[in-house]
Write a protein that binds this ligand. Structure first.
Ligand code: CIZ
Ligand code: SF4
Length: 330
């Protein structure tokens, strides 16, 4: 029996749904019941009648399912952690707010806005301060709504997404820790100094290279890329938005895409290029294998669940506040 078949049988027996993020390896995406971006996956896993969620992705994504659907058991074949999410924990969050207070901002005048790529503990801190979450797909809209509060926005952890949002809205941004106190106080959006190591790989030189090689090529990038890359692109969007954009192009239209390799490689058979001379693979997303999924299901059946996601109820409830504020607005 093939490993795919073994997984399928065990999945049925355990009443499990297999979900996989777009950045997972092809063989994982091929056997998944649900594929999507982190929020789509969390929502669809929550709505699934299955009691067990086997989540192929990185830690914060499994946590998002547990925050929204605490009655479900959630296991991850690999407990891989997004390097960006790991750049901020609750202690760093507190230190950042303290720093802003030292600069003279009142805590009540700060609204934290967390990118979904953050841990449940950080989302809980954000929720407790009245803040909310956004994804790359709804960031523009959520940022506008957040700013209607009249408060200073503290955007975390991705400085690039924060800077790109500010630029797009004709606003000023500053990065806590590297900008001066005056720049921070004068900014509309104050960013935490985190970034995605994969999306940092794309450079303006890569865009230059493709534009010279193919003058009519289109450049599509993810907003986790540096602002110097985003400002030179023809299209900027989340993973789902990039997929829709590229799939709707005429087949003869060349496009170079700046996001994770596995996703780009699956987009189209022809005329699609990876916007980098190095292979932009997300190392943690790439860790999960079919063998891991099989082992995870077997361990669950033995009553020894592997990498089960558990959250303290207080953390879950406060993180839920931040997530549900986003869902009400989007
Ligand atoms: O939210 C996600 O799944 C991520 C990490 C990126 C995106 O643009 O969809
Ligand atoms: Fe995190 Fe970047 Fe990997 Fe996405 S591509 S999971 S942001 S490290």
């Amino acid at each position: 029996m093939s490993i795919q078949e073994e997984i399928r049988i065990l999945k049925e027996r355990l009443d499990a749904v297999l979900v996989a993020h777009f950045y997972q390896r092809d063989e994982i995406v091929e056997i998944a019941d649900i594929t999507g971006d982190s929020l789509e996956l969390a929502k669809r896993a929550m709505g699934s009648p299955r009691s067990l969620v086997v989540f192929c992705g990185v830690g914060f994504m499994g946590q998002s399912v547990k925050i929204l659907a605490p009655q479900k058991r959630v296991v991850m074949p690999r407990l891989a952690c997004c390097s960006m999410a790991r750049m901020i924990d609750s202690a760093y969050f507190d230190e950042s707010i303290q720093k802003l207070e030292e600069y003279g901002l009142l805590k009540e005048a700060i609204l934290p806005l967390a990118y979904i790529n953050s841990s449940a503990e950080v989302k809980a801190k954000v929720g407790a301060m009245g803040g909310l979450v956004c994804t790359s797909a709804n960031a523009v809209k959520i940022m506008q709504k957040a700013q209607e509060s009249g408060k200073k926005i503290f955007f975390l952890p991705d400085r690039c997404l924060g800077q790109n949002l500010a630029k797009q809205g004709g606003q000023k941004s500053a990065v806590l820790g590297s900008s001066s106190k005056e720049e921070v106080l004068g900014a509309d959006i104050i960013c935490y100094d985190g970034f995605c190591s994969v999306h940092q790989l794309f450079t303006p030189q890569d865009i230059e290279f493709y534009r010279q090689k193919f003058p009519d090529i289109l450049i599509a990038v993810h907003p986790e890329c540096d602002p110097s890359v985003v400002e030179r692109a023809d299209f900027v969007g989340s993973t789902s938005q990039i997929i829709t954009f590229v799939k709707n192009l005429p087949l003869e239209q060349k496009v170079a895409v700046g996001t994770e390799y596995n996703l780009v490689n699956r987009l189209r058979e022809k005329n699609t290029y990876v916007l980098s001379s190095t292979k932009p693979e997300c190392p943690t997303m790439n860790e999960t294998t079919l063998e891991d999924i099989l082992e995870c299901l077997k361990a669950f059946e033995r009553g020894e669940p592997l990498n089960e996601i558990t959250l303290e109820e207080e953390v879950r409830l406060e993180a839920h506040l931040a997530l549900s504020r986003m869902m009400e607005l989007s």
